[in-house]
Design a protein around this ligand. Structure first.
Ligand code: KPL
Length: 327
């Protein structure tokens, strides 16, 4: 809360829920859980550094969404920064992984033998794929998956601004299920969230949105709204045709028409926004292309299908990412 005094020297209480990855989504979820009164802590990159002096707490600033001109004052609050080497790591019952899709395995692997065998893992990222590699490495721990359409912008290192409301869905994937009480606390804390029976179809639907919007906005260096122009409709349609066919071979039946409507609804609702892949390419950061269009290509290969337009997206984004920045 604003005006709280510094308490860096005092060790924080044990956290029941930990968030791995303090990017925009990680900070947003952290804010939502913390303001619902849950014992949440952050595992940020610096937690691994040997010098963790005075880093027991982190001040986060959150700017809520502007709704009907209601009060939108930023709130500042303090959450524990978790030391994964300490005994308190054993108390974590739920680890919510909010790093980028391509970071998931490297980020979780060093933590696994520090967490209790009962700690449940929840992945929340764009794209698909890491769950398949991670599941057999969890030594019997439960794994759930999630997807969120909440809009959030990182304004500075520890400051995020919510830019859009949106549905958040979670569901069980493998191993023991997330205990009911914890599940209820999570759903209560995150606005417009639900637990679904089958999470994989929800992930495919979000994958479709990202597969259609992200690479095209990065390649054409445009905001999402530009994709409403007729020149993009054929490529978007082919990306979706391929995805629907591959998903069907993976046992997931998607409604092609509704999927396309959803893509164009997101294009309209986020018209002024720059997609995450556009921003990653613009800032010369790695992209999630392998876990978005690349995942469609991988699953197509596994079924002996062709997903040529998605493969083309992967190739074009990789070529674009390989261009060195102008000095
Ligand atoms: O999730 C997104 C992203 O940018 O990664 C969309 C939905 C495309 C919004 O920009």
């Amino acid at each position: 809360m604003p005006g709280q005094s510094k308490t860096a020297a005092i060790a924080p209480p044990a956290s029941e829920i930990a968030i791995l990855g303090a990017g925009a989504v990680g900070q947003l979820i952290c804010h939502q859980l913390h303001s619902a009164g849950l014992a949440v802590g952050l595992i940020a990159r610096e937690s691994f550094a040997s010098n963790i002096e005075a880093t027991h707490w982190q001040d986060l600033v959150f700017s809520p969404l502007l709704l009907n001109n209601t009060n939108t004052e930023s709130v500042s609050y303090r959450v524990p920064k978790l030391d994964i080497e300490s005994k308190s790591a054993q108390q974590i019952k739920l680890l919510i992984v909010c790093v980028k899709a391509y970071q998931v395995l490297d980020a979780i692997s060093p933590l696994l033998d520090k967490l209790s065998p009962q700690c449940h893992i929840l992945l929340l990222h764009n794209g698909m794929g890491p769950h398949l590699t991670l599941a057999p490495r969890l030594n019997g721990r439960g794994l759930s998956l999630g997807t969120t359409s909440q809009g959030v912008l990182r304004q500075s290192c520890w400051q995020v601004k919510q830019t859009g409301q949106g549905l958040t869905q979670f569901g069980h994937f493998t191993g023991p299920e997330l205990p009911q009480a914890l599940r209820e606390r999570l759903l209560h804390a995150i606005p417009n969230s639900e637990w679904v029976e089958a999470i994989i179809p929800s992930l495919w639907q979000k994958l479709a949105v990202n597969a259609a919007i992200n690479p095209l906005t990065a390649l054409h260096q445009c905001p999402n709204g530009t994709l409403a122009q007729a020149q993009f409709s054929k490529t978007i349609a082919t990306i979706l045709d391929e995805l629907v066919e591959v998903a069907a071979h993976d046992g997931v039946e998607l409604d092609r028409q509704r999927l396309e409507e959803r893509v164009y609804r997101v294009i309209e609702l986020t018209a002024a926004n720059f997609s995450s892949m556009h921003q990653d390419v613009a800032h010369h950061r790695p992209t999630e292309i392998d876990q978005i269009n690349g995942y469609i290509g991988d699953r197509a290969n596994a079924h002996g299908l062709s997903a040529a337009t998605n493969a083309q997206m992967v190739q074009s984004i990789k070529q674009l990412s390989a261009i060195p920045p102008v000095q």
